[in-house]
Design a protein around this ligand. Structure first.
Ligand SMILES: [Mg+2]
Length: 397
């Protein structure tokens, strides 16, 4: 089997979003999604949706699409699509943007699954069929009491855990952006306390200020509050360029620090962070090295006895989780969620979403061949658009 063509199509879709600049829902927002397809001379085709914002929920940029149509296509034509490891190394060394190399790797896994008639997690080696799930909020939901009410609602909906993205570049009192002030620590600490009081002592809570604490002292101060309130992990508290700050933070705190989250370099960077003691837990997703890179990262973490939580939602992240023990990667991140945002609304281009919560608080790994997509091609073909068209969909972080 040989790769005969590589194509990207961009189409219009709709989903609920949250306007983090104004703290209001944006129901039925028009979005751009893309599908990268790798074709073969035997008729098997692999697909990947995503590569842009929100993980796999929005499409590749026009610049990334041009890279794929040119350099990447030239590299891939004539290759055996089952030589994923060879292609993965090639694309890393070629110094392509991570999301481009990742989209190619993810589509090759979909292709392999379709060729074999198996879901990707069974090809990798199945570890479990369903994954415990936490509710992950948008940032800037409102004043601290809004988080407490939302956490209670998520608990009532059956989520076994809840993760706060607090206030970034935003003042919860005025509901206005605060340029130049990334964090609002006073409101964040009140949020940490009110959410714990609302859900009770036993409920699992996580906290992710997304790198907005600008000094070690700020991160330590909030970390101590999280320890007092019995939170489960403290994610990505400071900019991830300052690795030494993370080494000191991990020494200072008893709550596990979970990082790096968004640092470039995939498995290579995460291996270095583990060796330096810069994170108590690691983090990866399929947009930072594909399914191949995410599994490599989980294996490196497992070898060191370090947990590696998978970042963001979606089909391909779920397949990685299905192939990884819960001792290494415990949770699936459902979201992002906010009051008035329906995270279970059907996607018009797929017959089913991948992550409906079951009554036990788990989601089931998709079991159809490949990544698990059941694609509505008629919708996609009827909604093709120019990938260069700019959409404004509200301020989000
Ligand atoms: Mg995060």
């Amino acid at each position: 089997m040989r790769i005969s063509d590589v194509t990207v199509r961009t189409f219009r879709t709709f989903a609920d979003r949250w306007d983090a600049g104004h703290g209001v829902p944006l129901p039925g927002t028009e979005l751009r999604q893309s599908v990268l397809s790798i074709h073969t001379d035997e008729g098997v085709v692999g697909h990947y949706f995503g590569g842009g914002a929100h993980g796999d929920a929005e499409g590749l940029s026009v610049v990334d699409q041009a890279t794929i149509a040119g350099r990447v296509r030239d590299l891939l034509l004539g290759c055996d699509p089952l030589d994923r490891e060879m292609v993965w190394k090639w694309l890393w060394v070629a110094n392509l943007p991570e999301q481009v190399a990742s989209a190619v790797d993810n589509a090759l896994w979909d292709l392999a699954g379709r060729a074999a008639g198996l879901p990707v997690y069974k090809l990798l080696g199945g570890a479990r069929d369903r994954v415990r799930t936490y509710a992950s909020t948008y940032p800037n939901l409102g004043k601290p009491v809004v988080y407490a009410e939302h956490a209670l609602a998520c608990k009532a909906d059956g989520y076994p855990a809840y993760k706060i993205h607090p206030h970034y570049f935003w003042d919860p009192e005025t509901a206005q952006p605060t340029p130049g002030r990334p964090s609002n620590i006073k409101a964040d600490i009140e949020t940490i306390r009110l959410v714990r009081e609302a859900v009770g002592d036993e409920y699992v809570l996580m906290y992710d200020p997304w790198g907005t604490y600008m000094s070690l002292e700020e991160a330590v101060r909030v970390g101590r509050e999280l320890e007092r309130a019995g939170y489960y992990w403290f994610e990505h508290p400071m900019p991830e360029y300052r690795v030494e700050s993370y080494v000191r933070l991990c020494r200072e705190l008893s709550i596990p620090v979970l990082s790096p989250e968004i640092a470039a370099g995939g498995v290579f960077t995460r291996a270095e962070w583990i060796l330096r003691g810069a994170g108590d837990m690691s983090r990866i997703d399929v947009n930072r090295g594909g399914v191949t890179g995410a599994r490599k990262t989980a294996v490196v973490a497992e070898a060191f006895g370090v947990r590696c939580e998978v970042h963001m939602a979606g089909f391909a992240n779920l397949q990685v989780l299905g192939a990884t023990s819960e001792d290494t990667s415990e949770y699936y991140e459902k979201g992002l969620l906010a009051p008035g945002v329906d995270a279970d609304a059907p996607l018009p281009y797929l017959r089913a979403t991948c992550d409906r919560l079951d009554p036990d608080g788990y989601v089931t790994v998709p079991s159809s061949p490949g990544l698990g997509y059941e694609i509505e091609w008629d919708y996609i073909n009827d909604n093709l658009v120019d990938p260069g068209e700019v959409l404004r969909t509200g301020w989000t972080s």
